[in-house]
Write a protein that binds this ligand. Structure first.
Ligand code: HEM
Length: 454
């Protein structure tokens, strides 16, 4: 089992400023419980499903701080189809945003889910809700899973797909890079932002992102309440995107080894991502990883792209620079990205490929990508459709994100700025979409209301 790098600092906390007992726990902070399962469930009998929800409600983890980590934790998010099956009033149903009601499958073209990533190839069938189960160990995970699925016939639900994420509980992805370094710091959340977690304040410093960018019912970056569905879904809930992203680690290793990049394979890997594998940002240390930077909470995320407009240190098209361009768009004093931040809570799944192996071993491995936001269209879809799947916003033509882009048509090209620049074409596909959905994670009180509809 791979450990979190010892020098990667944890975030500091302070007393939060809102009612944590009504907010599901995984929104404001990530759990460190090692075992995890994503259970995708179809409702067969709505009355029985509501009774199951009522029974399992006490196990749904709230955002209240732990004194000791629990043995098991559970969180629940619903698709639009579940809300329809609940028989909610049509005006309440209509108050949910169009994109959520359409669902991810219908948005596939916009998201770049084509070729092998197209919906007809997805493994995860249509589902009504997703339960994410976390546990200290396998035995406790099984206990929690039994609560959700073992009584399926009696409970009136059918678990149509279960994805375990057991092998990499820590922050390292299958490509060998540390993930989960940069998250938006949210006002009042109780997690103290480090420099770089929030937004550039235009004065050389950083400020927290308004919590309404993620949680409904609170002021957002516009200074108003985010558009929200009708009561009781208008407060303390959030919208969720889940995507099973399979990673072809062997192809990635072969690509690094066979590309004749003058800086060598390690630098090439860092240029794809924008950080060295240990998390050192290229923007701060373009020539080598720097453990001291990673160990310093004041430094590890403390950078903008202002001094590197051409991407000579960190390529403009690298994964992290696309996914959060920070100040580099140069518009509105850096206030463009503040409406497009997401809280990422994904986990790697599947056993790692043997170190050094360059042929695929047939094991399914990748990232269960999960993110929270107040507006799927403005936040996740902007990042995925405009910044990951397209190069135009960055002056890169049709180049896609070199690490996670869907290069199904062999148009994948990577531009590494330099004197002279270095071009790689084609860039193979390293990541394939295997299914997922758009969900709503209600507040605890809204979950209670839903359970009462039986
Ligand atoms: C298999 C797929 C993916 C892998 C392996 C991956 C890996 C990584 C890694 C290693 C980092 C750097 C560590 C960090 O800053 O936390 C990162 C950052 C990030 N990724 Fe991904 N990622 C994947 C998919 C996605 C997707 C689908 C999105 C959104 C559409 C996304 C959005 C982001 C964002 C917003 C950041 C933080 C950038 C920053 O604030 O500087 N990632 N990713």
């Amino acid at each position: 089992m791979l450990g979190r790098p010892e020098n990667l600092p944890h975030r500091a906390t302070e007393p939060p400023r809102f009612d944590l007992s009504d907010i599901q726990g995984n929104v404001l902070r990530g759990y460190t419980l090692p075992a995890c399962a994503y259970v995708f469930v179809r409702i067969l009998d709505i009355a029985k499903a509501c009774r199951l929800l009522e029974r399992t409600l006490p196990m749904v983890m709230t955002a209240e701080p732990w004194t000791t980590p629990p043995l098991r934790a559970m969180n629940v998010a619903v698709s639009y189809s579940a809300l329809q099956k609940l028989g909610l009033d049509p005006t309440v149903l209509a108050s949910f945003p169009d994109v959520f009601r359409e669902g991810m499958r219908a948005r596939a073209q916009r998201l770049g889910d084509r070729g092998p990533s197209a919906p007809e190839n997805w493994e995860i069938p249509d589902f009504d809700f997703m339960v994410t189960v976390y546990a200290q160990d396998l035995a406790n995970l099984q206990v929690a899973l039994d609560e959700v699925i073992a009584t399926d016939v009696e409970a009136g639900v059918d678990p149509v797909f279960i994805q375990l994420a057991l092998d990499r509980p820590t922050a390292q992805d299958h490509f060998g890079n540390f993930d989960g370094v940069s998250q938006p710091a949210l006002t009042g959340s109780g997690v103290i932002g480090r420099p770089g977690d929030g937004q550039p304040d235009g004065d050389g410093g950083w400020r927290d992102v308004a919590v309404g960018e993620v949680l409904l019912g609170y002021e957002d970056e516009d200074g108003t309440l985010p558009a929200a569905p009708a009561e009781p879904f208008d407060r303390n809930g959030t919208f969720v995107v889940v995507r099973k992203l399979a990673t072809d680690v062997a192809a990635y290793r072969r690509f690094l080894a066979s590309t004749n990049y003058p800086g060598g394979p390690d630098l090439l890997a860092a240029k794809l991502l924008g950080r060295w594998p240990d998390g050192t940002p290229l923007a701060l240390s373009p020539e080598r990883p720097d453990p001291a930077t990673v160990a310093d909470p004041g430094q590890v995320n403390n950078f903008t792209y202002e001094s590197d407009p051409l991407g000579l240190a960190c390529p403009v098209g690298s994964h992290i620079r696309r996914a959060n361009p920070r100040d580099s768009k140069g518009f509105f004093e850096g206030r463009l990205t503040n409406r497009h931040r997401i809280v990422r809570r994904g986990r790697a799944y599947g056993a790692p490929l043997d170190p050094g192996a360059t042929q695929d071993d047939g094991v399914d491995r990748g990232l269960m990508f999960v993110c929270f936001q107040a507006d799927i269209w403005r936040q996740f879809e902007t990042i995925q459709a405009l910044w990951v799947d397209d190069g135009n916003p960055f002056g890169l033509g049709r180049d896609k994100d070199p690490l996670i882009g869907e290069h199904h048509d062999s148009l994948g090209k990577l531009t590494i700025p330099g004197h002279p620049p270095f071009f790689v074409k084609p860039v193979p596909r390293f990541v394939t979409m295997r299914g997922g959905g758009y969900l709503f994670q209600p507040s605890i009180s809204a979950l209670r209301y839903m359970a009462s509809l039986a």
